[in-house]
Design a protein around this ligand. Structure first.
Ligand SMILES: Nc1nc2c(ncn2[C@@H]2O[C@H](COP(=O)(O)OP(=O)(O)OP(=O)(O)O)[C@@H](O)[C@H]2O)c(=O)[nH]1
Ligand SMILES: [Mg+2]
Ligand SMILES: [Zn+2]
Ligand SMILES: [Zn+2]
Length: 401
């Protein structure tokens, strides 16, 4: 059975046994209603036409992905749209019989997750798509809990890019009935199939932006379930939370959003959860790739050499630039040592098989921390796509050069 993970409720589902969702165009009237399963598993109260299972299995369908359509029990419309059997959210077609890349995004409070996700999702659609000749789109009707794609674009993107407002603190999951709604992107690309076979032409990426505090809360079932199904993880680390890094800057107190946990505490906690959820045996390392993303690097620009790879970019070739990535990794590691935070590296080495350090700036210049406003030059992202491209090179969505 083709196992995959629903990008909306994070349950494991059989992608050859997806349900159908009516579009309300049958001979008799069909009605949209709030779907109880969807509310329970995703918190979404959006009204939809009925979601129903495929008609009882006929033997000839057993091995295939079943029929391509099924009649709505209410109106008879031959529905082709697929939906998650668990949470009843409509799913993109390409999920049928395939898998998707669940990329997790976790990090301490104030480490820059919301800004990074907002900017990365926009940059992917705007520039990275062009660079790779790919079409990258937001899919689904309620990204990040917004009621529509346009509401997301206004509430997240226009708010930051056009109006220059830094986002407020992300609400705790508890305040969102324990649910977080992911932003799901579809990366679609023509691929030359060198060796034949049918490599998929699209990859789904599901990002969830959680509040920093949710991580420390052992009881947040959602975070556990989410980490359990992630194929890859981005961990944001706030250099402002490292005393040795902070000492080199002259930050106003409004910039320092540091809780009780040190960055090492946060990473250790993630490690513990991953070890349990991914059933990593004692003395073994965690296998999923981990991008350790140091945010807010713009604050260090003036102290870095011009020749430092952290200051340059990966170039415009349609591939993940591995040499460049390795150079940034080494230079971030050197910075970690300078900042007196080599314990983080020791922890990574002991617990993970596959990790890489990234230095990014989503804003590109220091904001007005007190007023919560982007710098007058606007958002100028620096290297925000690097961690994603590295992770996507692991799933073979992008080539390595
Ligand atoms: N200098 C600089 N500061 C940044 C950057 N990105 C975020 N910040 C600062 O970090 C603050 C927190 O960013 P958020 O993206 O809201 O952090 P978060 O991880 O989502 O925080 P929670 O939602 O509370 O968990 C912002 O208000 C800015 O002050 C950046 O690229 N450069
Ligand atoms: Mg946030
Ligand atoms: Zn119907
Ligand atoms: Zn689901």
């Amino acid at each position: 059975m083709a196992q995959t993970v629903c990008p909306f409720c994070f349950r494991r589902i059989n992608s050859s046994r997806l349900w159908f969702q009516c579009l309300g165009q049958g001979n008799v009237e069909c009605t949209k209603e709030v779907d109880e399963a969807r509310v329970r598993l995703t918190g979404s109260k959006a009204e939809t036409f009925p979601t129903f299972p495929m008609p009882s299995d006929r033997s000839e369908n057993r091995l295939s992905s079943g029929p391509a359509s099924a009649p709505c029990p209410k109106c008879g419309y031959k529905a082709r749209r697929r939906a998650c059997p668990e949470c009843h959210t409509a799913l993109p077609n390409e999920l049928t019989g395939s898998t998707n890349a669940m990329i997790g995004l976790v990090g301490a409070r104030g480490s820059g997750k919301t800004v990074l996700m907002t900017v990365a999702v926009k940059e992917l659609r705007r520039n990275v798509g062009r660079r790779f000749g790919a079409s990258i789109q937001l899919i689904a009707d309620n990204p990040d809990g917004f009621t529509s794609r346009s509401a997301y674009q206004d509430g997240r993107e226009a708010s930051l890019y056009d109006r220059g407002n830094l986002p407020p603190q992300t609400e705790l999951l508890a305040a969102r009935d324990g649910h977080a709604t992911p932003v799901v992107l579809r990366w679609q690309q023509e691929k030359a199939r060198l060796f034949g076979g049918n490599a998929p032409d699209s990859t789904l990426m599901s990002f969830v932006d959680t509040a920093g505090e949710d991580l420390g809360d052992q009881d947040t079932a959602f975070t556990l379930k989410y980490l359990a199904v992630c194929d890859a993880l981005m961990i944001t680390l706030d250099p402002f939370a490292l005393p040795g890094a902070r000492a080199r800057l002259n930050l106003p107190s409004a910039a320092i959003l540091v809780g009780e946990d040190t960055p090492l505490d946060v990473v250790s906690h993630i490690t513990e959860v991953l070890k349990v959820e991914h059933e990593v045996r004692r003395r073994r390392r965690i296998k999923i790739p981990i991008a350790v993303v140091f945010t807010k690097i713009d604050a260090f620009y003036s102290g870095l050499d011009r020749g430092n790879p952290i200051m340059s970019t990966a170039g415009l070739m349609p591939a993940y630039n591995n040499g460049d990535g390795a150079a940034v990794h080494e230079h971030m590691l050197a910075l970690l040592h300078e900042w007196g935070a080599s314990d983080i590296d020791a922890h990574m080495r002991l617990n993970y098989d596959d990790y890489r350090y990234f230095g990014v700036s989503a804003l590109g210049a220091e904001p007005d921390y007190v007023g919560g406003m982007v710098a007058p030059g606007g958002v100028q992202p620096h290297r925000v796509e690097d961690p994603l491209l590295w992770l996507l090179s692991k799933t073979k969505t992008v080539p390595v050069a």
